[in-house]
Structure formats: structure tokens, C-alpha cells
Ligand binder design. Structure first.
Ligand SMILES: Cc1cc2nc3c(=O)[nH]c(=O)nc-3n(C[C@H](O)[C@H](O)[C@H](O)COP(=O)(O)OP(=O)(O)OC[C@H]3O[C@@H](n4cnc5c(N)ncnc54)[C@H](O)[C@@H]3O)c2cc1C
Length: 338
């Protein structure tokens, strides 16, 4: 266990926001978490669990002990007749894990390629993209409780996965350090090709039955064209969740705004495109201080250089107010505001 003091978190969050951690501890395994729990001072202090910092907005210096999860390792746990069970340490880079599984010949994660961050944070918001969510491939995870120091294995029911949501954003937030995640990759591989952007690629390339590697490459190319690369423009991906409304609410909004982009969901509810609503309110390209709305995608807030967390949040609140004023819908931020 490595304990460091007065650490700048700017390089540890993809928004590039300034904040200093009074204490930062690097976690290499379950034993390190237990050492923190048993430590006279650290044990009593409030904690914040940090992965790759790609889904957080830092608004201030952090008095909490920051636990930076760096658990490594990737392996095949088991090959079953109907699935491969694969595991990765929570500190592994998510995209590297996706690429590794494909290289080994175990497809199933290709639609989730190029999502920034660590494996350990993937269950926290049940990451999703291009028709797949983490919960669709989830087997179990290992975590250490920050109060008892006990290691536990948790299944999907306890994780309570929802749309960009799980128990790790609520009752288990900063209580359970996820150290390893196991995923189930079903056999035979069934491609998920329903998303418009992927269907377009199939049409343009004339490939009706793509391989997992082709889907992986298409998803990468689509994402690079749409989203700013945090290495050059600080951001945390989609800043707001797409709101889900009842069919009646949707009809009411369509009555006023016939153009609104919306997707019916299997349970009868309707998902509204938050990016479309923000754009309709005229926010694309707008700026507060050094925080701005990305020109190519209104759902993404960006750091135009030297932004601070409070500027990002002032911009976010102004967007929420104008979307509420026009559509009567309260947008909910997707990243964790710290
Ligand atoms: C350009 C860009 C594109 C993105 N695209 C997508 C997308 O398509 N789909 C999507 O779902 N998300 C997307 N995101 C959001 C982000 O990549 C994911 O939420 C990712 O899983 C966050 O991982 P992280 O390691 O950076 O987590 P962090 O930002 O470090 O942490 C996020 C939350 O998880 C908690 N946490 C982190 N690690 C652990 C752990 N080991 N145990 C317990 N709690 C933990 C933290 O306390 C915090 O609450 C995007 C972000 C960016 C910047």
C-alpha cells in the first residue's frame, strides 16, 4: 500500500479539472483495502474511490482519502459449453480488456469498445453503448467492504443495475471497493447490429455479416468521429442521461415539438434524446468561463482549457433550467459530481 499526500488530481480526471487530494492511496489488491480499513487514521476517514476519472466532475479539493484502484490482471476463468467466463482486475483499462478478449477469440464486448475508464468502474454506472450494457454480459464481481474489511462476491441482483445506474451509485457508493469483475461472453456469438450507425456501416461497406473484429473497428471509428478525445479536449462523455418518460408525456411533448428525437423502449416507456433537447435550446457551442458545450454533440460538455469544476456545474445548471423551461423535463447528470 502506497500513501501519498497533496496529490494533484488534474492528470487523474479526463475533464482535466483542478483539485488536490490531501491523501491518496494506491490499491493493488484486496489486502491493500483491508490495510486502509485497519489503519488508525485512514480507517476512520471518509473515502472516495477513483478509477480512471472519466465519469467524475471535481468541484473542489478532496478532504476524503482517495483510493486509486490499480488492481491488475486478466484471465479466462472458465470455458463452458455456452459461454466464456473472463475476469479482469478493477484497475485494468476497459478498452484494453475488450481488445484482449477479442484477440483471444472470445467475442461479446465489441460494442463497448473505446469507452474510457477502468474495468472496476464499468459496473458502477452499468456502462452501455451501441445496444449493449454491462449487465448483459455480467457474471459477478469481487469487492471489499470499507467498513468491515470483508471481501465479498456480488451477483447482478445485489448490484441492482439500471440505466447508467447501480447500487454502487447509491447504497454502496464509496462503501464497496470493486477489485475484480467477471463477465459471461455467450456462445455462439450473436452480433448486436441494431444501432443506426452500425446499420449504416453495414450498408456502406456491403458487409451483411460482420465479424466481431469488424464491429469493434466500426464502433471505434464511429466513436472517434462523434466524441472528443479526452487526451486533447477535456470531457466526461455524455453529461446528461437520456430522460425516460411515459408515452403520455411523450405525446404531450411531441404535440409541442414534433421533431423531438425519441426511442420507444420494450417496457412501453419512451427515451428522449437529451442531446437533441439541449441543441434545440440553442446550447451547442455555448460557453461559461472555460467550460463549453461541444460543437459536434450537445450532450458533451468540454473543458476549453483551464476550466474549473464550478464553471462546468454553472453551465450544467443553466442547461437543465432551459431544458426544463421548454420541455418540462429535468435532465439528470450522468457523471458523479464530487
Ligand atoms: C469520451 C468519453 C466517452 C464515454 N462514453 C461512454 C459510453 O459510451 N457509455 C458509458 O456508459 N459511459 C461512457 N463514458 C463514461 C465513463 O467512461 C464510464 O462511466 C467509465 O466506466 C468510468 O470509468 P472510470 O474508471 O474512469 O471511473 P471514475 O470516473 O474514476 O469513477 C466513476 C464512479 O465510479 C466509482 N468507482 C470507480 N472505480 C471503482 C471501483 N473499483 N469500485 C467502486 N467504485 C468505483 C467512483 O467512485 C465514481 O463514483 C464516457 C466518458 C468519456 C470521457
Amino acid at each position: 500500500m502506497q500513501i501519498e499526500s497533496g496529490i494533484s488530481l488534474k492528470p487523474y480526471n479526463t475533464f482535466g479539472l483542478p483539485a488536490v487530494a490531501r491523501t491518496l492511496v494506491r490499491i493493488g489488491g484486496d489486502a491493500d483495502v483491508r490495510r486502509v480499513v485497519d489503519h488508525a487514521e485512514l480507517g476512520r476517514a471518509a473515502k472516495f474511490i477513483l478509477g480512471g476519472g472519466s465519469n467524475i466532475v471535481l468541484t473542489r479539493d478532496m478532504p476524503q482519502v482517495v483510493l486509486k484502484v490499480e488492481v491488475r490482471g486478466m484471465r479466462l476463468v472458465e470455458e463452458r459449453a455456452d459461454a466464456w467466463i473472463v475476469e479482469a482486475g478493477a484497475g485494468e483499462n476497459w478498452h484494453d480488456f475488450v481488445a484482449w478478449t477479442l484477440q483471444q477469440g472470445w467475442p461479446g464486448l465489441e460494442n463497448l469498445a473505446l469507452i474510457p475508464g477502468t474495468v472496476g468502474a464499468a459496473p458502477v454506472q452499468n456502462i452501455g453503448a451501441y445496444g449493449i450494457e454491462l449487465k448483459d454480459r455480467f457474471e459477478a464481481l469481487d469487492a471489499v467492504d470499507l467498513v468491515t474489511g470483508r471481501s465479498v462476491t456480488l451477483g447482478a441482483a445485489i448490484c441492482a443495475f439500471g440505466y447508467r445506474d447501480s447500487a454502487f451509485k447509491h447504497s454502496l457508493a464509496n462503501r464497496s471497493v470493486i477489485t475484480r469483475v467477471r463477465l459471461r461472453l455467450p456462445k455462439p456469438w450473436q452480433p448486436v447490429l441494431g444501432y443506426l450507425d452500425i446499420a449504416r456501416r453495414m450498408h456502406d461497406t456491403g458487409i451483411a455479416a460482420p465479424t466481431p473484429q469488424q464491429v469493434f473497428e466500426w464502433v471505434g471509428a464511429i466513436r472517434r468521429a462523434k466524441l472528443p478525445d479526452p487526451a486533447t479536449i477535456g470531457n466526461a462523455g455524455s453529461f446528461f442521461k437520456n430522460p425516460v418518460v411515459t408515452p403520455e408525456q411523450c405525446r404531450d411533448i411531441i404535440g409541442r415539438d414534433p421533431e423531438i428525437v425519441h426511442y420507444p423502449l420494450p417496457d412501453g416507456s419512451v427515451k428522449l434524446a437529451a442531446g437533441w433537447m439541449i441543441d434545440a435550446c440553442g446550447w451547442k457551442g455555448k460557453t461559461v468561463g472555460q467550460a463549453g458545450v461541444y460543437e459536434k454533440q450537445a450532450l458533451v460538455l468540454v473543458n476549453r482549457g483551464g476550466a474549473i469544476g464550478s464553471e462546468v456545474m454553472t453551465l450544467a445548471r443553466a442547461i437543465q433550467e432551459s431544458v426544463y423551461g421548454r420541455f418540462g423535463i429535468r435532465l439528470e447528470p450522468e457523471p458523479v459530481v464530487v
